[in-house]
Design a binder for this molecule. Structure first.
Ligand code: SF4
Length: 241
């Protein structure tokens, strides 16, 4: 996305969230509870929608047990059948589930909840030992566990906020992420539940309306607040449906 001119006044995050929630409805919180389940949730499938992720996750809960020793002792054929529901490379997924269970047993005595007693940065570092969990993923897991110094963003949410005018889009993803985080400072709602809602709403909006290719600005409830939509060059190429 080309760099856009800066907005004189950034729209309030609260206003954006109110409109997005009115449009999309209250976001659905993942069924996973606690850090271990949330790490498994992140690894339940590959590039598939959340309903499929939920099906794999519930399959693990009912057919295997969502705890590290049950996963380590599970019938590998059962794990593989569930992993196949989760999309491409099922063998890699089984390997990762076993790895998650093994790390939890060996590094956390089988109880990953213990990281929630640690200082935030230490808890984040602990989570990054697990497959597919980088900084944003670790921060999101801690957010869903009630710990929230910032607003973690996956790429959909980051795209929405960048287009609206938060931060600057840059070639380097990490630099864009930091620039958006800088512009969010002091603008976040209070409390982990409100921040989790913002994370989920931005993600949903990026998936359904503010799509990477062909954002549906004319259906967007925040169009009048969005720098991208206000830019004549961008507006002229918007799709009409
Ligand atoms: S107006 Fe367009 S670019 Fe802006 S947030 Fe909505 S869909 Fe995205």
């Amino acid at each position: 996305m080309p760099n856009l001119p800066e907005l004189k006044t950034l729209p309030e995050l609260k206003t954006l969230m109110t409109r997005l929630q009115r449009h999309h409805g209250a976001p659905t919180v993942p069924p996973a509870k606690g850090p271990f389940e949330l790490v498994m949730w992140e690894n339940a499938c590959y590039l598939l929608p959340d309903d499929r992720r939920a099906a794999v996750f519930e399959g693990l809960r009912t057919q295997v047990g969502l705890n590290p020793s049950a996963i380590l002792n599970a019938d590998k054929a059962v794990l593989l059948a569930l992993a196949k529901m989760g999309g491409m490379r099922p063998e890699t997924r089984v390997f990762r589930w076993l790895e998650i269970a093994r790390i939890t047993m060996s590094e956390f005595e089988g109880n990953l909840d213990s990281i929630l007693k640690e200082p935030y940065n230490q808890a984040r570092k602990a989570l990054k030992q697990f497959p597919n969990i980088g900084d944003p993923g670790a921060e999101k897991i801690l957010l869903f566990c009630g710990s929230s110094p910032g607003l973690p963003l996956e790429w959909n949410g980051l795209r929405v906020l960048t287009r609206v005018g938060y931060g600057r889009s840059q070639k380097n993803y990490g630099a864009t992420y930091r620039s958006v985080q800088d512009s969010l400072r002091d603008k976040l709602p209070r409390g982990a539940a409100a921040i989790a809602r913002a994370h989920l709403l931005l993600r949903e909006h990026g998936q359904k309306i503010c799509r990477n290719k062909g954002p549906l600005c004319r259906e967007c409830p925040i169009e009048d607040l969005c720098l991208f939509a206000m830019s004549p060059r961008e507006r002229d190429v918007l799709p009409t449906h």
